[in-house]
Design a protein around this ligand. Structure first.
Ligand code: ZN
Length: 130
């Protein structure tokens, strides 16, 4: 794969994928539980995770590594990060804390959406052509 022209890394970063007993290269969610994590921030992060775009689906349902509940079968993305849809459950119900860099990314993205300016001219020009 060639380097992007601007030198930036445009690959989507993954988070929330866990190791298995056979493959311990990925983290164990139990190691990331932070029972003291502020509940309102936890729910805010989980809500963000719930609203990713579907990037792919799997044949089998994943089970939560901490409570064994069925926990999704799709991958979601915001265009910068990609996570399994069950990650919100880990955050909301088990207090699995995500890296501060991801939370900062979420804040910046949501702030940018709040500050969007709208332009109605495209719609006015193109709606009549359909
Ligand atoms: Zn669980």
């Amino acid at each position: 794969m060639s380097e992007p022209r601007d030198g930036a890394d445009h690959r989507v970063r993954i988070l929330g994928f866990w190791g298995t007993p056979e493959n311990r290269a990925l983290p164990d969610p139990a190691d990331l539980v932070d029972a003291a994590w502020d509940e309102s921030e936890r729910h805010w992060v989980a809500d963000y995770l719930d609203h990713g775009q579907v990037a792919g689906s799997w044949m089998g349902v994943s089970r939560c590594r901490l409570c064994a509940l069925p926990n999704g079968y799709r991958d979601l993305t915001d265009g910068s990060f990609l996570w399994p849809e069950g990650l919100a459950h880990y955050v909301r119900d088990h207090g699995v804390r995500l890296p501060a860099e991801f939370v900062d990314h979420m804040e910046q993205r949501l702030r940018a959406l709040d500050e969007l300016e709208t332009d109605g001219s495209w719609w006015l020009r193109n709606a009549a052509r359909t």
